[in-house]
Design a protein around this ligand. Structure first.
Ligand code: SF4
Length: 362
């Protein structure tokens, strides 16, 4: 095991002995992908809200993490360990060579899109970027569509590869806000949001299809904030924006709260606390934000918003509103990339039609 210094924190690095290559993903419910490939275990960015340490990929592997990286508490230590999967491209290549393309397992949505990576950032450093390039090369060689999601501007190093892949690859970044100090408090080691946007801009100028994950949006954001964000996103061309409001729950909530307070964002911390204590208040905020983003997007012709309503939000509603939210969740994103199957994808409804307010729907 090695120890490196990244920003203020020490990172323990080693290799991950797991032999698994690709796994089926529930992220098809967000119209993101059907399968995921994680190029590493752990993540340098250490986002406070990150759900990954609560998933079986981390939670069920505490012994391996203790052996490989002296991890005492995989959740509390999140952001301070990283185990690389260097031989992933080779193993993926062998699997794809041996497999008849028609045997490739699809999920319920059936499109077979692979995402890198849902449990780590696939361009967070040189070594993960190298593994990612190898994996993407294998996917492209076997004509498998892939979605890359990263907060790291280093993704531009593979523009040549993405250009060769044509519509087979789409590349996106999470940009929840342009307020850099707030984003930096919640995502302590991730690059600033404007650097992420600049990377997407370089990609789209090079002809690479791009998308944005506007997620998770903070409780204090208003229409002006969304107008600014969406105007930048529209400048990326006919891009798609996946939007999800923050949901303060789970083991990471307290860390988010403390991070916002430490950074002087008492208003954000107070709102998060109120949403945690009063789930009806959270549901109203989430609906209002989903609607505001949809309405603001109408000002930017060619900008498509794919809203992600949470299951808990859907369960808290009834009647027409519940039907709309359910349809939103089941719809396939508007990307041509996402519709490689012949079925006509369900279109996402907007929450409130012209003149309607969210309160009227509730
Ligand atoms: S970049 Fe993604 S995987 Fe890494 S800590 Fe942040 S949310 Fe988690």
């Amino acid at each position: 095991m090695d120890t490196e210094s990244a920003n203020q924190s020490d990172i323990r690095v080693n290799t991950d002995p797991t032999k698994s290559v690709m796994s089926e993903s529930h992220l098809h419910t967000k119209s993101l992908c059907d399968h995921v490939i994680n190029v590493a275990t752990g993540c340098r960015h250490g986002c406070e809200f990150c759900y990954v340490p609560t998933t079986p990929a981390i939670d069920n592997r505490d012994e391996m993490l203790a052996d490989q990286a002296d991890v005492d508490d995989p959740q509390a230590d999140w952001g301070s360990y990283l185990l690389y999967r260097d031989d992933l491209p080779e193993r993926l290549g062998r699997i794809l060579e041996d497999r008849d393309p028609s045997d490739r397992k699809h999920t319920d949505r059936g499109r077979g899109i692979v995402m890198l990576s849902s449990g780590t950032d696939c361009y967070q450093d040189r070594r993960t970027a190298q593994i990612t390039r190898g994996v993407v090369t294998e996917l492209v060689t076997h004509d498998i569509p892939a979605r890359i999601l990263t907060r790291s501007p280093a993704v531009v190093r593979d523009i040549d590869l993405f250009q060769e892949a044509g519509d087979c690859i789409t590349v996106g970044s999470s940009i929840p806000s342009f307020e850099a100090p707030l984003v930096s408090a919640i995502e302590p080691n991730a690059p600033p949001p404007m650097k992420r946007w600049e990377a997407l801009d370089r990609l789209q100028q090079a002809g690479v299809p791009v998308f944005v994950s506007l997620s998770p949006t903070y409780p204090t954001m208003d229409e002006d904030d969304f107008h600014e964000l969406l105007s930048y996103f529209r400048a990326l061309g006919e891009t798609i924006v996946f939007h999800e409001p923050i949901n303060p729950r789970g083991a990471n909530f307290q860390q988010c709260l403390e991070a916002a307070t430490d950074a002087g964002y008492d208003d954000v911390a107070a709102e998060l606390q109120r949403m945690r204590d009063d789930r009806q208040y959270w549901a109203e905020y989430a609906l209002e934000q989903l609607n505001t983003v949809q309405q603001v997007a109408k000002r930017f012709n060619g900008l498509q918003v794919h809203s992600w309503p949470d299951n808990e939000l859907i369960r808290s509603t009834s009647g027409q509103l519940r039907s709309k939210l359910t349809a939103m969740q089941q719809a396939v994103s508007a990307e041509s990339f996402a519709t490689t199957e012949p079925d006509t994808p369900p279109k996402q409804p907007v929450l409130a039609e012209s003149g309607e307010t969210v309160q009227q729907l509730m």
